[in-house]
Design a protein around this ligand. Sequence first.
Ligand code: EPZ
Length: 427
Amino acid sequence: MDKILVRSGNALKGKIPISGAKNSALTLLPCALLTDEPLTLRNLPRLADIDGFQHLLNQFGISTMIAGSRPEDFGRVMTLSATRLTSTVAPYELVRKMRASILVLGPMLARAGEATVSLPGGCAIGNRPIDLHLKALEAIGAEIEMAAGYVKAVAPKGRLTGGTYTFPVVSVGATENVVMAAVLANGTSEIKNAAREPEIVDLCNLLVAMGASIEGIGTSDLIIHGKDRLHGATYRVMSDRIEAGSYACAAAITGGDVELVGAKMSEMDATVEALRAAGVIVDETADGIRVAANGKLQALTLETAPYPGFATDMQAQFMAMLCMADGASVLTETIFENRYMHVSELNRMGADVETKGRTAIVRGVEKLTGAPVMATDLRASMSLVIAGLVAEGETEVSRLYHLDRGYERLEEKLQLVGADIERVGAE
Ligand code: EPZ
C-alpha cells in the first residue's frame, strides 16, 4: 500500500494549479444519461472517484472516450455517449465503493422511466441516508420501493410528471438528483430549500447548455420546466473550491505565499473570510487567488453550514491549520454526525484538540511532531498532510486511497511549491 512521507521545514512558495471540482464532476457525469447525443466534459480531474463513476456508467452501456492528454497535464477531457442503454441497474458491488453512485438514480429514471440502484450505505463520516433523495423524486411523480438493499424507482406511464417539493433540510445530493430528474418531466417542478452550492450551479448551467429550462439558478428556489428531450453539449467543469481551500490552509500553516491558479474567490467567500480572520492574506489575482501568511495565526470560532456558510468539507483542514494558532478555536460540525475522525490522529502528532459532541476545542500548540498516521476519510487525510507540513520530523500518512479520491496528484502539486513530500510504495 502506498504511503506519503511529509517532512516539515519549507514555507510553501509558488503556484499550485487547481483541478476541476470532484463534487461537480460527480453530478455532471450522470447527465450523460439525459440525452442520446454526445456529452463532452472538459477539466475533469484525474481522481479515483471519477474513474469509478466512469466504470459505473460504462456498465449501463454508455461509451466514454478520454481525449488525448499528456501524462503531465492536469485534468482530462471525456466524451460520453448514451445512445442506447443496456442496463438500468447500479449494482451493489459498484455502489458500495462510491456512494455518489446514487446520483444516477434521478437521471436514469428520467431517461428510462425506471432505475434500480443499490443503497449506498454509510461511510466514516456518518450513516448518510438517502430518504430526501427518494421523497423529492416521489414529489415529482416517481414510485419508489425498497427491496433487498436496492431502491427501485419507476415513472408511471414511463415519464415523471413534475411537482413541488420543499426540502426539510438542505441536501446537496438530493437536490442534484431531483434536478436531473425534473429536466425531462412532463410538467414543471418547483424545488424549495434547494442546496445552493456552486456545484449545483455548475450542474444547472450544464443542463441549460443541454437545452433544459431552469429558473432561480444559484438560489434555494428552483423552477424547472420539463422538456421532451435534451441535446448534447461541451462543458468545462468548475474549479475545485475545496481543493483550493485545502492548499490555502497548507500555505497558511507553513507561513508561505502561494497562488492557487484557477480558484475563484466568488465561490469561496466563507473560506476566504475565515482565512482572513485567522490573519492570512488572501487576494484575488488575474489567474486565481494568492494566499500568504507571515506569522502567528489567530484562533477562530467556526460553524459549518450549507453554502454560502462555512463548508463542512473545509472543517478538517482548518482544524489542522488552527492547531498552530494563538489561543483556542471552537469548531462546530453541524452537517455530519461523525466528522472528527482526524482528531485522534492530530492529537497523536501533539495537537491539543478536545471534542464534545459536534464541537471541537482546538488549543494552539507550539509545535507538532511527525508520526505515522492513518487516514479515515478524504478530508481527514488532507488535514494530516497539512499538519505534517509543519510537524517536526517525518509524518507517514497511510491509507492513501482516501486522498486519491479527492486530490489530483497531491504530492506533485505540493512539490511544485517546495514541500518536502513524497509518495512511497509498500516495502
Ligand atoms: C455532498 O455530499 C458532498 N459530496 C460532500 O462532500 C459534502 O460534504 C456534502 O455534500 C455537504 O456539502 C458530493 O458532492 C459527492 P448532503 P451529500 O446530502 O450530497 C443528511 C467530500 O468530502 N441527509 O448535503 O451526501 C446527511 O446525512 C464529500 O467531498 C439526509 O438526512 O451531502 C447530512 O447530514 C464528503 N437524507 C446532511 O443531510 C438524505 O437523503 C447533508 O448531506 C440526504 C442527506
